[in-house]
Design a binder for this molecule. Structure first.
Ligand code: ARG
Length: 461
């Protein structure tokens, strides 16, 4: 970072921006990461300026060579940014002018930083989203392989965090996979909202040049052209869309993390998280803490916060560009970095996690988890459901009073509560068999769960 550099609007000013003014105004520490998109946009713009006769062939050549030289320097870490040039757009333009003189001074013809930054940010989201989509798919893949590795493991399914009904551990893992698939859809929607070209809108009103916007659109591989120049420079829906995707996905990861924290506790003991995602205590020698899961859970707060900050920033803004909009990037970049980190953390956590099937089984064979199956059994014998519900309720209460469970009851014991129980009631009570009766599409029977896996695999291909 270097000190004072001349501002492009110097002609109109006699005084200097104060130190604090510059500190508030400069965004280069944050938006330098848009350099690739800024250069790509400038190259497309320069080619268009050549087409409409504003640049000569030589000037275009100099500009393109100058821009790629700058890109290489930034990549190599040898480029010197200047805070007094505020942002990435002016830093690159000033460096270009230093290199190619007047050709560089012509590049900003028919362009404003307002349409320029709107373009760069859109391109950035489009570029970065492919990697994030890849992480979501990898995480779905890891959930699927945990499901396949533990295909027969039965665990208690919960409602209100109280044991409800037996489910396959695989079914529980896949529940998150379906949510992640929807997150990928939300990410795709965010990318679609970046599809229109804002460049060619100028500061807000359009341009005094017959710019060829469709040429620029084609050069950049965008889907269309923003049809209203004021909308184009003031719209940040696409940033909101991305941050919304990240917030929803973050909440999903957070909920899964909460389960992993619970499951890895001594009280549950359902899973063991690997050393690669746990840490010790500086005072208690015995501790193995699930810090990575806790931190991913914690980071989801930032993702929700970024979305909320952005909505608040946008809320009172009149048409068209307002400088407040510069505040979008820190929130956007933080959401991107955070969701990437969180997804990668989950991939590591889940792929190295081992499952304690015996502990899950213990819990599922202890907590009246098949009470509903007994009630349904009586329904098949012609007992109205409300009545069978009450009969089974009596059985549970009586077991609780005597400190037992119905898993150890004989058929004759069941008949003490209602005469219609046959000898096969002891099969009905068995959690493993309960699972196989969940034959409804989307249910937890092994056949249905295997079908889910096939379906998911096709969707992430
Ligand atoms: N750094 C600015 C931003 O991110 C670029 C646009 C500046 N436009 C302006 N009229 N000052 O929004």
């Amino acid at each position: 970072m270097t000190g004072e550099k001349k501002k492009p609007w110097g002609g109109r000013f006699t005084g200097e921006l104060s130190g604090i003014g510059e500190k508030i105004s400069a965004s280069i520490d944050c938006d330098a990461r848009l350099y690739r998109q800024d250069i790509r946009g400038s190259m497309a713009h320069a080619k268009m300026l050549r087409r409409i006769g504003i640049l000569s062939e030589k000037e275009l050549k100099d500009i393109l060579a100058g821009l790629s030289g700058i890109e290489k320097e930034i990549e190599a870490g040898t480029f010197t940014f200047s805070r007094s040039l505020e942002d990435i757009h002016m830093n690159i333009e000033a460096a270009l002018t230093e290199r190619v003189g007047d050709a560089g001074r012509k590049l900003h013809t028919a362009r404003s930083r307002n349409d320029q930054v709107a373009l760069d940010t859109r391109l950035y989201i489009r570029d970065e989203s492919a990697g994030i989509r890849g992480l979501i798919k990898s995480m779905i893949g890891v959930l699927i392989s945990q499901a396949e590795k533990n295909a027969d493991v039965v665990m208690p399914g919960y409602t209100h965090l109280q044991v409800a009904q037996p489910v396959l551990f695989a079914h529980h893992m896949l529940a998150y996979a379906w949510g992640l698939l929807r997150d990928a859809g939300r990410l795709d929607a965010a990318v679609r909202s970046c599809g229109e070209l804002p460049l060619g809108s100028g500061a807000l009103a359009g341009l005094n040049y017959p710019v060829d916007r469709d040429f620029v659109r084609g050069e950049l591989g965008l889907d269309g052209i923003a049809r209203n120049s004021m909308d184009a420079v003031s719209d940040r829906d696409f940033v909101l869309d991305f941050c919304y995707f990240a917030a929803v996905c973050g909440v999903r990861l957070s909920r899964l993390c909460e389960e992993l924290v619970l499951w890895s506790s001594a009280e549950f003991g359902f899973v063991r998280l690997s050393d690669s995602v746990t840490t010790g205590s500086s005072i208690m020698p015995q501790k193995r803490n699930p810090d990575i899961a806790e931190l991913v859970r914690g980071k989801s707060g930032r993702l929700a916060g970024n979305l909320s900050a952005l909505i608040t920033i946008l809320k009172g803004l009149p048409m068209a560009y307002n400088r407040d909009l510069q505040e979008d990037k820190e929130r956007l970049f933080d959401s991107m970095d955070t969701i990437r980190l969180a997804l990668a953390g989950m991939i590591e956590t889940l792929s190295t996690m081992t499952v304690n099937a015996a502990r899950m089984k213990e819990s599922v064979y202890r907590n009246f988890s098949t009470a509903t199956d007994i009630a349904d059994y009586l329904v098949r014998k012609g007992v109205p459901f409300r009545k069978s519900h009450e009969i089974v309720g009596n059985i549970v209460r009586s077991c609780e009073e005597s400190g037992t469970d119905f898993f150890t009851m004989k058929a004759a014991d069941f008949r003490n509560f209602f005469p219609d129980f046959d000898d096969d009631i002891t099969d009905v009570v068995d959690p493993a068999q309960s699972i196989e009766r969940k034959i409804s599409p989307g249910g937890t029977s092994k056949k249905e769960v295997m079908a889910q896996i096939e379906d998911l695999k096709k969707r992430i291909r």
